[in-house]
Write a protein that binds this ligand. Structure first.
Ligand code: PEP
Length: 252
């Protein structure tokens, strides 16, 4: 059984105090609710305050970063390393979000290095893949996503694969209010799972959790989560308000 995982990507929003308020508000509503694994991914600058509030308040929510470098230290201006994240109690890290790929030039090869580094440091990578509208309209969705999955997971073994969380996020659905239909999301995520099966074997493929992301809201989450291969959601806008995010987490 794959335990669903719902992660909030707060992007470049919320000052540390606001992030702490949001975590505390969320925990007040979901503590004791274990059906879903919950992760929040605040901006890096908020991580120390959120980590401390989770520790002191015994708040058992995963703490994710939105990106990281693959090296532990060095001349990489503006980056954070896996060891720095670990030192802050971070458990998960989003890798290869489409905004990182499109706006900051991240490549599949870089994503692969980051995924390997995250795993080597005991962080759970949430590796994002997804097609542009142009690619979808040109019938290139499967090819694009398959290529991203194969490159991003290059040289990993079946054991490592089981730890990775994948997020299928069609770029045209992110922040637009136009979510993919549950059936369309299932179709692509089903393809991803069969690609994993070919590469890593059926058992490993069956254990990997694959999220859908792109305009997930309380009114479409149940339909999305009812799909056989969808194991959670990566949520942007709707994760920024405790009451709305709570409704996503308690979707069932
Ligand atoms: C995201 O940023 O990963 C995302 C899915 O955003 P939104 O939920 O706002 O579409």
């Amino acid at each position: 059984m794959r335990r669903p995982i719902i992660a909030g990507n707060w992007k470049m929003n919320l000052m540390p105090g606001q992030a702490v308020d949001l975590v505390e508000g969320l925990w007040a509503d979901i503590s004791g609710y274990d059906a879903v694994e919950v992760v929040v991914c605040p901006p890096c600058i908020d991580l120390p305050a959120v980590s401390e509030c989770m520790r002191s308040g015994d708040i058992r929510i995963g703490l994710g970063a939105q990106s990281m470098h693959w090296e532990e230290s060095g001349a990489f201006t503006g980056e954070v390393s896996p060891t720095m994240l670990l030192g802050l109690g971070v458990t998960h890290v989003i890798i290869g979000h489409s905004e990182r790929r499109q706006l900051f030039g991240e490549t599949d090869q870089g994503v692969n290095r980051k995924v390997k580094s995250a795993l080597a440091h005991g962080l759970v990578p949430i590796m994002c893949v997804g097609e542009t509208l142009k690619q979808r309209e040109a019938g290139e969705t499967e090819g694009t996503v398959t290529g991203q999955v194969n490159c991003g997971l290059f040289e990993l073994g079946p054991q490592e694969i089981s730890t990775v969380v994948l997020a299928y996020e069609p770029i045209w659905a992110i922040g637009t209010g136009k979510a993919a239909t549950a059936q369309d999301a299932q179709a692509v995520i089903g393809v991803i799972r069969s690609v994993l099966g070919e590469q890593f074997g059926e058992q490993a493929a069956g254990s990997v959790r694959i999220q859908y992301g792109g305009s997930v809201k309380p009114d479409n989450i149940s339909e999305i989560m009812a799909m056989p291969d969808i194991d959670g959601a990566l949520v942007g806008g709707a994760s920024l308000k405790a009451d709305v995010f709570t409704r996503l987490v308690r979707f069932s």
